[in-house]
Ligand binder design. Structure first.
Ligand SMILES: [Zn+2]
Length: 61
């Protein structure tokens, strides 16, 4: 469904688990967390590529 691809070519998918929370939002999981780690901060979410170490930051508004 969703996929992440780093500049270095590292690619992983995020798939739907089939489980939803009480508001009908479905949980997703990273297919291979050896390839990508997600760090949730106060105001941003970081996606860190485990291959090259490059980190992407998604700002929360
Ligand atoms: Zn990378």
């Amino acid at each position: 469904m969703l996929s992440f691809e780093c500049e270095c070519g590292n690619k992983t998918r995020l798939y739907a688990t089939g489980d939803c929370d009480e508001q009908g939002r479905e949980y997703i999981e990273i297919e291979d967390d050896e390839r990508l780690s997600v760090i949730i901060g106060d105001k941003s979410m970081l996606l860190r590529c485990s291959f090259c170490g490059y980190t992407y930051r998604l700002e929360q508004y």
